[in-house]
Write a protein that binds this ligand. Structure first.
Ligand SMILES: [Zn+2]
Ligand SMILES: [Zn+2]
Length: 458
């Protein structure tokens, strides 16, 4: 050290001893500091007391820093001193860490504080790596709130009936995507129920279906009941995932960090907050007396879940790496960028999750149109219009709906014109030969009752 009585000049001026020497940078920095110190020394209190002796060393700073040899010595001394400071900071961090993790978790607020305080000694990644206990989000060191679920009897009844029919959930029973809005689901449950009730041949399968549709009508009667059902499903999903990993961890007798990361990713994809899933894993680990080491929880929390295939994607990704679907979509009503996993726009409430239903209805309409089932096609289009009501005219899906309706209506007009012409030929003018020629020129199934009409024309 070049004297314990004065500060190191590199450190005092905030110059990095590793940097190539730049006289201009030095001059500028010294000038700034000189101004700073004279301002401070004209004040009162501790800053003024500290500034005075600094002003006195300015000539000495010039002397030392302007000579290559003495400057090199000063730089070497600065490195030693910085190293000492870093060592002291590291020791301080070790102590903070020891006390911080003793409670079994670290809050994200604590972590942020450490990252800031010990930035001179450790990188963010180095600090995170040292934390072997879970990092809980903000104030959420307290248990995560539990959302209401269905009562256990109803839940079990529905589960058993679904199992009997080999169905995954009530959405599969209705044949509708899980992101569809509640009102549309309720309508479908009612119309399916009415349809099945009309069927006189009540097989065991049909009876089970009707009973389950009764449950579905009850569940989709309100958003509250629907969220209870979804929460029950979500909970059962996590139990299944946890059970699977329990087997793996039990074999190893501990929770391996990489396996824990897989568990958390799977839970996230099933709609869980990784922090809440981790709490469940920790409870299991405590029960089984496993050592647990988990990292990267926040990283998994930031990933985007694809609404189409549920794959996890990087926070900045625009398209799903698994199915190429868009991960952020503008709301068709208010243009707000909405996660592809959302059921409704968080700003205006537009049921963005209905897009899966709308797309399948439009595909259905196209298929029906090609098979000349035009009234059925018109029905599908009407359902799509209802599920996508109030979207802006420029929205691509809205445009597709409009085009589909147009095509179906054109075909319907052509159909009715052809029928009118045939009726005129056969009923009024009795020109059966011409009617036959007209019918022969049509593709099969162009008209409803085409076969009957052909027979009449014979
Ligand atoms: Zn996807
Ligand atoms: Zn919106």
């Amino acid at each position: 050290m070049s004297g314990a009585t004065r500060p190191n000049f590199f450190l005092l001026l905030g110059l990095d001893p590793h940097d190539r020497w730049d006289q201009a940078v030095f001059e500028r920095r010294l000038e700034e500091k000189t101004r700073e110190w004279s301002r401070a020394s004209s004040g009162v209190g501790k800053p003024a007391q500290e500034a005075a002796p600094r002003r006195e060393v300015i000539p000495q700073i010039r002397e030392v820093m302007n000579k290559d040899e003495s400057r090199a010595e000063e730089a070497a001394a600065a490195l030693v001193e910085a190293d000492k400071a870093r060592t002291a900071l590291l020791a301080e961090f070790e102590e903070a860490l020891r006390i911080g993790v003793a409670k079994g978790y670290v809050t994200s607020g604590e972590l942020a504080g450490w990252i800031k305080t010990y930035a001179g000694a450790l990188t963010q990644a180095e600090i995170r790596k040292r934390i072997t206990v879970p990092i809980l989000a903000g104030s959420a060191a307290a248990a995560a709130p539990v959302a209401p679920q269905l009562d256990s009897v109803t839940a079990k009844t529905i589960r058993d009936r679904l199992d009997t029919l080999g169905l995954r959930d009530l959405y599969a029973l209705l044949g509708m995507p899980a992101k569809t809005d509640t009102t549309t689901l309720a309508q479908r449950a009612r119309s399916l129920n009415a349809e099945l009730q009309r069927n006189m041949n009540k097989t065991a399968d049909l009876t089970a279906r009707i009973e389950l549709l009764g449950n579905a009508m009850e569940i989709f009667k309100s958003d509250d009941m629907r969220s209870r059902y979804d929460e029950t499903q979500r909970m059962a999903g996590l139990d299944a995932i946890l059970h699977k990993y329990d087997q793996a961890f039990r074999a190893a007798g501990k929770v391996d960090e990489r396996q824990a990361a897989l568990f958390l990713a799977e839970a996230r994809s099933a709609g869980w907050d990784p922090q809440a899933a981790l709490a469940r894993l920790e409870a299991l680990a405590a029960q089984r007396k496993w050592a647990i080491r988990v990292g990267g929880v926040e990283m998994i929390a930031q990933q985007q879940v694809c609404g189409a295939c549920r794959a996890l994607n990087e926070p900045s990704a625009r398209y799903c790496k698994q199915c190429s679907a868009q991960l952020q979509l503008p709301c068709p009503r208010c243009d707000h960028q909405t996660s592809s996993d959302a059921r409704a726009c968080p700003v205006c409430g537009f049921p963005v999750g209905n897009r899966f239903l709308v797309d399948s209805l439009l595909d259905e309409s196209q298929r029906q149109r090609n098979a000349r089932q035009l009234n059925e096609a018109l029905q599908s289009v009407a359902e799509a219009e209802q599920a996508w009501a109030h979207a802006q005219a420029g929205d691509p899906r809205m445009q597709r709906i409009r085009q589909e309706r147009q095509q179906v209506e054109i075909l319907l007009q052509q159909q009715s014109a052809t029928i009118q012409r045939l009726r005129l030929l056969m009923d009024s003018e009795r020109k059966y030969f011409e009617a036959r020629a007209l019918l022969d020129g049509l593709a099969p199934d162009t008209l409803p009752d085409q076969v009957t009409l052909r027979r009449q024309a014979e």
